[in-house]
Design a protein around this ligand. Sequence first.
Ligand code: MBD
Ligand code: FE
Length: 281
Amino acid sequence: MTEVASPTAADSGASATKTFQERVKSGATADAARVNAIASDALAALREVVRKHELTYDEYNVFKAWLIQVGADGEWPLFLDVFIEHEVEQVANANRRGTAGSIEGPYYVEGAPEFGSEGTLPMRDGEAGRPLRFFGQVRSVTGEPLPGVEVDFWQADDSGLYSQFAPGIPEWNLRGRFTTDPEGNYTIHTIHPAPYQIPTDGATGALITAAGWHAWRPAHLHIKVSAPGHQLITTQLYFTGGEHVEDDIASAVKDALILAPKPAEDGSGEQVRYDFVLDPA
Ligand code: MBD
Ligand code: FE
């Protein structure tokens, strides 16, 4: 085993917070009635927890200190995406008929290198991990193949680490954008990722340890597929039988998103097909 530099929670958190602040501009209008309804209910829910558990001053102060630490560690993107985003995703995608969505998580970066319809993701020499050929077709819900569609792909490496959020990994490692061919097909040559563990040295990890939970997400691939005239889909794909597929801490696994790779036809590693279906805009 080679030693890998282990990311500190504060390093990956700071990168995730910065990426979010640069990329995501809130489009919400300040509709006072809606702010009032949502904020009132959220605060009422928290006050109800205080009453139900007869929160002590010691516990209230631990809570305050912990909230402050989440911010200091830059871990709001991680914490929210792990524990809240799956509900937002389900509300947002409730009426989809095409490919099921899943959460984006904190580690997407815009502007990955572009490939054609087939390519090998940026990798280090001798990148660890079983080779994986991931391929398929993009279609509309009415079954027409969709050419020229962008398939934006990112994943963790064989240690469960993401480029740009862990030290010592080349900038675009295991990130790339593909464009479907005239028949709507794409092929991505990559490696099988490892499960992801929430950093143990940050505020989110401290809560997980204190509560006696586990800190794991199953191995997964992240994909955004977008085409003019169609709704963008953000989703993740998992591997059947993989560790923590049944108990993802981020509650983001759906049965329809579990892949079953087979040994590769060319004898190296494995291959799996997945076809994306896009809903009309
Ligand atoms: C991840 O890799 C991820 O995909 C999510 C949703 C949350 C934390 C880490
Ligand atoms: Fe992830």
